[in-house]
Structure formats: C-alpha cells, structure tokens
Design a protein around this ligand. Structure first.
Ligand code: ADP
Ligand code: 5GP
Length: 202
C-alpha cells in the first residue's frame, strides 16, 4: 500500500466547490474529505462533524496553540483550520484527502512542502455568475455576501499558483474534469484509479 496524497482544492465561496467535490467522493474509493474546524456559525442543513467541526474561538485558539492544525487561516472574518492528526491518519491508510481550503491555507501548505500534495483551483465563469450563485444559495446575509465577493477577486488572482484549473460553467463537465484530475494524479504516482498501488511487472 502506498501513502495517500493531499488534494488541495480552492475556489471563491459560491463557485460550486461542494457541488463538484461531493459526487466525486461518492464515485472514487480511497478518497476522503478533511473536515475542518471553524469558528463560523453553522448554516441551515449543515451538521457538526460532517460538514465542519463548529467550535468556539477559545477552543480554536487552544487547538492552534497546541499545533493541532496543519494549516489555518482567517477567512471572511472567521477562523478555519485543518486537523493535522486526522489528515495524517488517512494518508497513512493510503487514502487521498481532499482539503477544501482557501488560498492562504493552500499557499501555507505549498511553502511548507511537508506532505505530497496537488493543488486544484476552481473558478466561476464570471463574477456576475458568482454573485448569482451566492445569492441563489440563500446562506449569506448582505455583509457576508459583500465580504465573499470582495475577497473573490484576490483569490482568482492566485489561480496560476495551482497545478490544475477548472472553470465551473457546466456542472457535469466540471465534475468529470475533477474526477479525471484525481485519476491522473493517481496514475502519475503509481496507483490505479481506485487509489491502489500498481503491481509491476504484471
Ligand atoms: P461552494 O462550495 O464553492 O461555496 P456550492 O457548491 O455551495 O459552492 O455552490 C453554490 C451555489 O451554486 C449552489 O446553490 C449550487 O447549487 C450552485 N451551482 C454550483 N455549480 C453550479 C453550476 N455549474 N451552474 C449553476 N449553479 C451552480
Ligand atoms: P465556507 O464558510 O463558505 O464554508 O468557507 C469559506 C472559505 O473557507 C472557503 O474558501 C473554504 O475553502 C475555506 N476553508 C474551509 N476550511 C478551511 C480550512 O481548514 N483552512 C483554510 N485555510 N480554509 C478553509
């Protein structure tokens, strides 16, 4: 068994990252989603321990000081962090781990280069469409919507730092592209599409 790889996925909020990643998690084996810790309030329909670990600022700070986070960042006025232990456990079990994290966190990981990782950026087809999607989702108040749209331009400017870029115009095409990228990353690191090590010679 070979160890897994981090699949770092970033996109401006509302682009459709969740809509793309979820179906691929259901289609490929040896693939998991890293559940981040956040100080933001849960949205209707979100579940603690499934979508995020929702924690107080005090708990987040305690974990941060204990070096529990592989990376962390303040995004849209809240703190978000990736659990180091949970990720290491999955990688050791040969599972690829999707990190849905912002550009700051992704660049921290890239600079540290401490774990094998590939970087995937998802962009919306336009800023107008991003605004439509965020409004259509009906999860943000006016202030939060404004912050997310303002931050989007800065995040899009960093797309070139990533190994792969996807534009989420047609959702099915974006899902297929993301799945193909994961499979290609596996093929480039001696594994088949199921994430199992290739045995050679046959
Ligand atoms: P993110 O996880 O990036 O914040 P979501 O997956 O929650 O974004 O998607 C934001 C909204 O846009 C949702 O209402 C979703 O149904 C919609 N959406 C996602 N992809 C597309 C697409 N290709 N075309 C139209 N709407 C989309
Ligand atoms: P949302 O509040 O919409 O769920 O997420 C807001 C932003 O925070 C998204 O860009 C998401 O990728 C990012 N994010 C979620 N978890 C983490 C994390 O653990 N670390 C970092 N750096 N960003 C995160």
């Amino acid at each position: 068994m070979s160890t897994g790889r981090l699949l770092v996925v970033s996109a401006p909020s509302g682009t459709g990252k969740t809509s793309i990643v979820k179906p691929v998690l259901g289609r490929l084996t040896n693939l998991a989603f890293s559940i981040s810790h956040t100080t933001r309030q849960s949205r209707p329909g979100e579940e603690d321990g499934r979508d995020y670990h929702f924690v107080s600022m005090e708990k987040f700070e305690a974990k941060r000081l204990q070096n529990d986070f592989l990376e962390w960042a303040r995004v849209h006025d809240n703190n978000y962090g990736t659990s180091r232990k949970a990720v290491q456990k999955q990688l050791a079990a040969g599972v690829d781990v999707i990190l849905d994290i912002d550009v700051q966190g992704a660049m921290q990981l890239k600079a540290a280069a401490s774990l094998p990782a590939s970087y995937i950026f998802i962009a919306p087809p336009s800023m107008a469409e991003l605004e439509r999607r965020l409004k259509g989702r009906q999860t943000e108040n006016a202030a939060s919507l404004h912050t997310r749209l303002t931050n989007a331009a800065g995040e899009l400017a960093q797309a070139g730092q990533y190994d792969y870029q996807i534009i989420n115009d047609d959702l099915e095409m974006a899902i297929q592209t993301f799945e193909a990228i994961v499979i290609a990353i596996r093929a480039a690191s001696g594994r088949d599409m199921r994430g199992e090590a290739l045995t050679w010679p046959i």
